[in-house]
Design a protein around this ligand. Structure first.
Ligand SMILES: CC(=O)N[C@@H]([C@@H](O)[C@H](O)[C@H](O)CO)[C@@H](O)CC(=O)C(=O)O
Length: 304
């Protein structure tokens, strides 16, 4: 497998809605082009930040098709396809392959706590529906309720299409364990943006993050510094990024609602609001959002 194209900064793509809350093809393409111009390596489409759990199969196909149309093969595209049932997930996996994505990804099944052999079967069924596309396990135990154990990972590595893990668990040590187990020709992505540099330092090849899209410059610069061995400089930016994330998390509205508003303020890009039941912004959130938007502008202007 060519793993080079998976190394770097991958914003988790946001759901782009029109003013009625339906998927907007135009706004999806606009955001994809905007991020491409910022110089990111690729996009992670249809994950948590993409509000996948609140979208229909048709919604998700439409988003991916428009991202593919916008980037025209110039970015590495990873499509998250899990739908919480095997049939729909396989349909999205086959669709993603037909669109020419670089990899597909999937969380484990949620709600019922299934035995590991059933989780492996779920992932392998999805992978088999896109037989010519690498498969990435999305480990996000705090949301999915399932931990990617080493025994489950070892079992999954028997599938030659398994490329690695997008690791959103909080312990960075997990990154090291997945990396060591699978070896050089596999990939591990850092999930928590708050510890981008720690994840990269312990072995992550790149990062997929929900907050990158509002401040790609900061994550690109951190990545650059890390590649040059400049840890002190990278840490300085990480501290600023973390302060911004904590500020954004102060709002009553969901983090994605905050970030969509920040895109409007800082970039003049309107991708609509969040879909219910995610809470939208309330008037009291506006000063918080404005402050976070300014913190982002300041941090970018301070980059060397
Ligand atoms: C729990 C969670 O949502 N984690 C995010 C982080 O990027 C997160 O938004 C960020 O670290 C802020 O807390 C990502 O790992 C999720 C992600 O990349 C996705 O949208 O699929």
């Amino acid at each position: 497998m060519n793993t080079e194209k998976f190394k770097g900064v991958f914003p988790a793509f946001y759901a782009c809605y029109d003013d009625n809350g339906e998927i907007s093809a135009e706004r999806t393409q606009l955001l994809a082009k905007h991020l491409m111009e910022k110089g990111v390596k690729g996009l992670y489409v249809g994950g948590s930040s993409g509000e996948c759990i609140y979208q229909s199969v048709e919604d998700r196909k439409k988003i991916l098709e428009n991202v593919m149309k916008a980037v025209k093969g110039k970015l590495t595209i990873i499509a998250h396809v899990a739908c919480n049932n095997t049939k729909d997930s396989c349909e999205l996996a086959a669709h993603a392959e037909s669109q020419g994505v670089d990899a597909i990804a999937a969380i484990p099944p949620i709600y019922f706590h299934l035995p590991e052999y059933a989780i492996a079967e779920y992932w392998n069924d999805i992978s088999a529906a896109a037989p010519n596309t690498p498969f990435i396990i999305y480990n996000i135990p705090q949301l999915s309720g399932t931990i990617l154990t080493m025994s489950l990972y070892k079992n999954m590595l028997k599938n030659p299409n398994v490329l690695g893990v997008k690791n959103s668990s909080i312990a960075t040590q997990d990154i090291q364990m997945f990396k060591t187990e699978a070896g050089k020709d596999h990939i591990v992505f850092n999930g928590p943006d708050e510890q981008f540099i720690s994840g990269r330092a312990i072995g992550a090849d790149g990062g997929i993050g929900g907050t990158y899209a509002v401040m790609p410059e900061l994550f690109l610069k951190m990545n650059e510094f890390l590649e040059e061995g400049k840890m002190k400089e990278a840490l300085e930016i990480q501290n600023k990024a973390d302060a911004i994330i904590y500020k954004m998390c102060e709002a009553h509205g969901n983090l994605y609602a905050v970030m969509k508003e920040i895109l409007r303020i800082n970039e003049n890009i309107d991708i609509g609001n969040v879909r219910k039941p995610l809470p939208g912004l309330i008037p009291e959130d506006i000063p918080i959002v404005e402050e976070a938007a300014k913190m982002i502008r300041d941090a970018i202007s301070e980059l060397q």
